[in-house]
Write a protein that binds this ligand. Sequence first.
Ligand code: NAD
Length: 492
Amino acid sequence: MGDALPIGGLDVVLVDGILRPATGGRTFETLNPATEEILGVAADGTGADMDAAIGAARTAFDEGTWASDPTLRARCLRQLRDALLEDRAVMRALTTAEVGAPTFLTDGPQFTAPVEDLGWCADLAETYDGWERDLGEASPMGVRSQRWVWREPAGVVGAITPWNFPHQINLAKLGPALAAGCTVVLKPAPDTPWCAAAVARIAAERTDLPPGVLNVVTSSDHALGAQLAGDPRVDVVSFTGSTATGSTVMATASRNITKVFLELGGKSAFIVLDDADVSSAAAMAGFMVSTHAGQGCAITTRLLVPRTRMDEVVDATAATMAGLAAGDPTDPTTICGPLISARQRERVEGYLSMAADEGAAFACGGGRSPRFERGWFIDPTLVVGLDNSSRVAREEIFGPVLVVIPHDGDDDAVSIANDSPYGLSGAVFSAEEGRALGVARRVRTGTMGVNGGVWYSADMPFGGCKASGIGREMGVAGFEEYLETKSVAVAR
Ligand code: NAD
């Protein structure tokens, strides 16, 4: 499959504007999760590469014009967007091959959408109106002073990302950080190095990005993430990944009092109210959890169903999910592709046997897809017979597993939704929009979809509360994560 992809030279790191092999020439394999084949090799970046990348980003920020030239920033971001879109066909194929992302998603959040969002970031670099706020004159402590509040680029950003939506997550960090005037060191996940290396190559060869502004270090070694999070030359650590790793990153960054921005796990509730149209709610709930084999932090994985309508909702949702059985991700009709790795499949299987041990039944699915001899496929699985205290209802599984939990009305549904360590996303369905919005307001979470509404977009902030993270990505709020605030007063 690697040979079939007409993009080459993905076995490099990008440091100080130069695409080069890792120090010592080490490489590691990247695999196709649908076939288990080796696609090829990526540069296995070392501590020395990371050190050089951080140094280059520091110098580019401190000594270059990047931080003070929004016109250059907007131009580079548009060049990057246009070049990635020109290579859309090959980039989409690469993403399906390396991530196992179903083809239909690569024309949305797995590639095209986040690339187009770079244009929104470029526009914001030119039009943001918060750089200077005039607070006028006042006489604090008797000194007549003209006061301003300035916003300034925060400095060097260390971006550490996971494998599940690599372009979305990499670009939702690079776009706003670069637009804000920061310089970046990106350390992608070891499972998806090529997605990041391809962006690095295109940025280096086809944009005017000055050397050191964007650095990308792929590696098989998680320790490079820790190195990035703990380096005092880094001003902001922008991390997306599991809650456990996020907590470690926060502890590491705290050594230097480095600002952290964390997008972590989720266990979001899909709430069906007793007046909801069951067929649309079931279709949406079943589709959400099956998409990309459930490997999305914001996917709703608890289905809260009125006890009085349990059979109806379970039957309709199981029928939807059975119709979305795992398939070849290169087939444009596939919704549920493979899991990323054998390790991830073992983890999901572990949760399914745990559910069975806890007394659950599976209304559909329940394990490996019988249609594939190779590839890490699990069929969409609807778990019934448990309550919100079960481990499969409390812990993030990161597979196509939806746990049905009964509720006894709106108040009960809200309290079950909030009875979770996480607070990332959610959904609610009702025949009455006002009632659904009332429930949405009471769920402690970062995003809510009401009656099938979609919140994902460049101008909508995304992120979580509780163990789901700190801060917001995307939207103006996401851009401002990469700014510092300076208060200035001139005696008059
Ligand atoms: P992970 O936490 O294992 O790894 C994420 C990144 O952190 C990788 O680049 C990894 O190399 C790096 N890393 C590992 N140990 C580190 C350390 N000690 N210090 C610094 N960096 C370190 O996550 P994953 O398995 O790649 O991704 C799946 C997880 O990501 C899920 O829990 C999912 O919910 C979460 N996720 C969250 C969001 C969100 O926006 N909230 C989005 C996507 C994924």
